[in-house]
Design a protein. Structure first.
Length: 231
């Protein structure tokens, strides 16, 4: 759970630093911050976080407007923070698509418990079997079962597949996938990514030359399609 990428959004710099401190002390290592709705939109599009902690009261684009925008295309979990405790505000956030709502001031332990609960619901550890059109991927054991054969994924292939699986049905950019396998300084590794993608396709696709599960989205990145009816 602690490896999940969190985006923290608040226009109060002091509170943003406090949020960073809370999550760092709890062991979270992949933290992003934004101090406005527009900045948060840019980071969300580029980095595709696993969860967003979102302040409601921000100038120009408030939390409600930001949430409406991302809910057009994404179901990324969102925990909303607000200094206002009115029931109408909580209801509005939940109706728009927030996963939970925490009024300020809050206890750090309650914040961490709520985030943990959301992550457990959104990314259950036990759900590590991916059903594809031509194969089944067991992420816990890094194995692919296809045509009565068992194939083993390399560490890099497993990292790539997990990132794609976490965003199944959505485009994952080339930059995000390069960062997944190469770290922060990934520029120049696009050809390496293409090689890993090709090897991954050879293992998971019935016909790697005509992929139906791991699709290239020209100029953007890749998308993983799960078998119809699976989740």
């Amino acid at each position: 759970m602690l490896h999940h990428k969190l985006l923290l959004v608040d226009d109060d710099r002091d509170l943003l630093e406090m949020l960073l401190s809370i999550f760092r002390r709890a062991g979270y290592t992949n933290l992003l911050t934004a101090s406005s709705g527009s900045e948060a939109l840019r980071i969300w599009r580029e980095a595709q976080p696993n969860l967003i902690v979102l302040d409601v009261m921000m100038p120009c684009m408030d939390g409600f407007s930001f949430l409406k925008e991302i809910r057009r295309t994404s179901r990324v979990p969102v925990l909303m923070l607000t200094a206002r405790g009115e029931a109408e505000d909580r209801i509005e956030g939940l109706e728009i698509g927030a996963d939970d709502y925490l009024p300020k001031p809050f206890l750090p332990k309650e914040l961490l418990l709520r985030v943990s609960a959301i992550l457990n619901r959104a990314y259950p550890n036990q759900n590590e079997i991916a059903e594809l059109a031509g194969s089944t991927v067991d992420m816990a054991n890094a194995e692919v079962r296809k045509d009565n054969e068992t194939l083993t994924l390399t560490a890099k292939e497993l990292l790539l597949f997990k990132k794609l699986y976490q965003n199944a049905g959505r485009i994952v950019t080339t930059g995000i996938l390069c960062e997944t396998i190469c770290g922060e300084f990934w520029q120049g590794y696009e050809s390496t990514l293409s090689t890993h993608i090709r090897h991954l396709r050879e293992k998971i696709e019935k016909n790697p030359s005509k992929p139906v599960s791991l699709i290239t989205v020209k100029g953007l990145g890749y998308r993983l399609n799960l078998k119809e009816g699976s989740s």
